[in-house]
Design a protein around this ligand. Structure first.
Ligand SMILES: C[S@@+](CC[C@H](N)C(=O)[O-])C[C@H]1O[C@@H](n2cnc3c(N)ncnc32)[C@H](O)[C@@H]1O
Length: 193
């Protein structure tokens, strides 16, 4: 199973603990962001083990964290514990979401894990899931990457994908990247036009 658009692809990886993207916690840039942002609503697509879901929730945010891999959701529920398991649900980001529109969408290693032909659908779904002037916030994998996934977006590719419908309002280096992403990812904020 080599098709990352299928849940089975991810089930296999979570079940065999081959998850080199898993941060095991919450990256510094997100913790900094949350320290100065008033709470609102956030969608976390492809949330995986879901550490960030709890961090947003503890900071007072209304959270919808979704993953279409049953194994990922199982891992998330195990890591979050009974009290917070409800923060993460099984579902497909590309299906209509009645919980929105959201103030924020948090991105980490979801976009770069999708086959590149799904990227325009990702951009459209993010746009439709955000309220006016809502923001797409998080980590963007620019690459290079000789052996995808993760698929490198490149500076130009990302601007092409998001630039028409969003304005980039923040762009910072990442200081605590995992080896897989080291020197190849940026913390960015894109505001819906
Ligand atoms: C590389 S992992 C990243 C997980 C998490 N964001 C993290 O930072 O650890 C990509 C995740 O996206 C999920 N995924 C892929 N396509 C999806 C879709 N259409 N809807 C929901 N989740 C999806 C996979 O199951 C997997 O958990």
């Amino acid at each position: 199973m080599n098709d990352s658009s299928r849940p089975e692809f991810w089930d296999q990886r979570y079940a065999s603990q081959r998850t080199p993207w898993d941060f095991g916690g919450v990256p510094l840039a997100l913790r900094k962001f949350l320290s100065h942002e008033p709470p609102a609503s956030v969608l976390i697509p492809g949330c995986g083990t879901g550490y960030e879901a709890k961090t947003f929730s503890v900071a007072g945010w209304k959270v919808d964290a979704v993953d279409f891999s049953e194994e990922a959701v199982r891992c998330a529920h195990a890591s979050l514990g009974k009290a917070d398991a409800g923060l993460v649900r099984h579902g497909d980001f590309f299906e209509p979401n009645t919980r929105g529109p959201f103030d924020l969408i948090y991105e980490r290693t979801f976009l770069c894990s999708l086959p590149t032909d799904l990227w325009p659908r990702y951009a459209a779904q993010v746009w439709h899931s955000l309220r006016p002037e809502g923001r797409l916030v998080g980590f963007f994998f620019l690459g290079p990457e000789p052996d995808p996934p993760p698929h490198a977006l490149g500076e130009e590719g990302l601007a092409q994908l998001l630039g028409d419908a969003f304005e980039r309002i923040e762009d910072e280096p990442v200081t605590d990247s995992l080896p897989l992403f080291d020197g190849k990812e940026r913390w960015q904020i894109w505001k819906k036009k």
